[in-house]
Design a protein around this ligand. Structure first.
Ligand code: SAH
Ligand code: SF4
Length: 366
């Protein structure tokens, strides 16, 4: 059986080298070839001895998930749908801006946490992504964007920032996500600073503590409500880890965090959580937590049962937070013409299959 080297961080590659009777420093060379040059063919790894290249070709592969579709929106946002077997897909989104290029990475096929306004949550949980499938998203995006000549602010890179805000709850796939984070941060691989890598969580409290100990990158927390009664409905994991415990975990995280604040995400749902009173309640709630707010206008999907708040309601809500001294941004919706906006990622491979099956059936009766 061949081993997929995309599953390994530096330590894993060093172990692999030891197993095949090679010196540990080969791991660094491999990291460089795999992640910095994006090579998948051992033959091209010119500073490895020919015998080693041949040995690697028989024992290992470098394989990211297969691309099912690749769309670019009018605003330059690009979305890849990736095959992860059994008819499921996951999505990765690249968002280019003047001074940075952000990749939104998925961590699971579906999600078990069933937030009421999230299309990934509506799918239910299928499985965790492997390390190769998580880091493979960055690997293939960099490769694809390199072809396009992307070089954001002369950094020599296309992807300068990663946000774990695609499909799935990253902290529910802890080990694989953290190994992928290790690779993102490793100077021999992607060399991103901890402040440029963000994990977004719906609030799995013990896992926030583990992340602090293991790999404290920037933290975004999906708050979405100013009290437990409402949050219980919107983000059901709140019934297990209520707001008070969540805020305490944020406080514990801060001393280890690469930034001196936590980002709170707050989806703006018309008539549900977007009133001025909710904003006032929120101000009181977070008064002793150093934080910034990111308001996300709800992105609709068929059958969601929610509506996006009006621009006026969002502005009024922001003003209440700002007047209380809380830095608040309103997230721009990007790539909505290709359903690449937050909460719209659904990896709809099945629908397509059904369509094509129908098309085939139609062909057959002609
Ligand atoms: N599971 C993680 C990360 C993935 S979702 C989490 O929940 O934090 C990334 C962000 O998009 C979260 O803040 C999530 O609540 C938000 N989101 C989900 N569905 C959305 C929708 N339909 N419109 C806008 N934001 C949504
Ligand atoms: Fe899962 Fe995040 Fe969607 Fe909630 S918002 S269902 S945690 S992906």
């Amino acid at each position: 059986m061949t081993t997929n080297l995309l599953n390994y961080d530096a330590k894993g590659l060093a172990n692999f080298c030891a197993e095949i009777g090679e010196k540990p420093f080969r791991a660094k060379q491999l990291l460089h070839w795999i992640h910095q040059t994006g090579k998948s063919d051992f033959v091209e790894m010119s500073d490895l001895a020919k015998v080693l290249r041949e040995k690697l070709s028989t024992l290992a592969v470098i394989e990211s998930p297969e691309v099912i579709s690749d769309h670019t929106a009018e605003d330059g946002t690009r979305k890849w749908l990736l095959s992860v077997g059994t008819g499921n897909g996951v999505e990765t989104v690249f968002i280019p801006e003047t001074n940075r290029g952000t990749l939104c990475v998925s961590s699971q096929v579906g999600c078990a946490l069933a937030c009421s306004f999230c299309s990934t949550g509506k799918q239910g949980f299928n499985r965790n992504l492997t390390v190769a499938e998580i880091i493979g998203q960055l690997w293939l995006a960099n490769n694809a964007l390199r072809v396009d000549g992307y070089n954001i602010s002369q950094s020599g890179r296309a992807v300068t920032n990663v946000v774990m805000m695609g499909m799935g709850e990253p902290l529910a796939n802890f080990e694989n996500v953290v190994t992928a984070l290790d690779l993102m941060l490793d100077d021999h691989a992607y060399g991103l600073s901890r402040r440029r890598v963000t994990v977004s969580t719906s609030g799995i409290v013990p896992a926030i503590d583990r992340l602090r100990e293991r790999c404290p990158v920037a933290l975004a927390v999906s708050l979405h409500a100013p009290n437990d009664a409402l949050r219980d409905q919107l983000v059901p994991i709140n019934q297990k880890y209520p707001i008070k415990e969540l805020l305490a975990a944020c406080q514990r995280y801060l001393p280890a965090a690469p930034r001196d604040f936590i980002t709170f995400e707050y989806v703006m749902l018309d008539g549900v959580n977007d009133g001025v009173d909710h904003a006032r309640e929120l101000v009181k709630l977070v008064h002793d937590t150093p934080c910034k707010f990111n308001l996300i206008p709800f992105n609709g999907f068929p059958g969601s049962g929610y509506k996006k708040s009006s621009s006026d309601a969002i502005r009024q809500f922001r003003d209440v937070l700002m007047q209380a001294g809380l830095v608040t941004t309103i997230r721009k919706t990007r790539g909505d013409d290709i359903a690449a906006a937050c909460g719209q990622l659904a990896g709809r491979v099945k629908d397509k299959t059904r369509r094509s099956t129908r098309a085939l059936a139609a062909e057959a009766v002609k």
